[in-house]
Design a binder for this molecule. Structure first.
Ligand SMILES: [Zn+2]
Length: 108
């Protein structure tokens, strides 16, 4: 794509922003050429702010993130809790399992 950009000289070279129609000096204070020269820096920042408002809030993104470390940690915590419970209630658990086993045997 070929684009023509309005440039003029008044004391120094100035370029016209296509969005706000302002003439701004050709300096990094007003332009960021890596993102094109059709918008001045202020208009680029406005555009970025609009885009940022369309993004999800950060906490929601973080809640969804499950890394393999966090998944493993959660699983190991669950197993540790199970082992702790069994150590405290071994007789109860064994009786419950025995009852379930014989119930299944009778049913079969
Ligand atoms: Zn502008």
């Amino acid at each position: 794509m070929t684009a023509l950009h309005a440039v003029r000289f008044r004391d120094e070279f100035e370029m016209r922003c296509e969005v706000c129609d302002g003439w701004w000096p050709m300096s990094p204070e007003f332009w960021y050429p890596r993102r094109g020269v059709s918008r001045c820096l202020a208009c680029l920042r406005d555009k970025d702010a609009v885009w940022r408002r369309t993004q999800r809030p950060r906490p929601a993104q973080r809640r969804k993130t499950v890394t393999w470390q966090s998944a493993l940690r959660k699983r190991l915590q669950g197993r540790a809790a199970q082992a702790r419970y069994y150590r405290g209630h071994a007789d109860e658990v064994r009786a419950k399992r025995r009852a379930a086993y014989y119930a299944a045997k009778v049913a079969a």
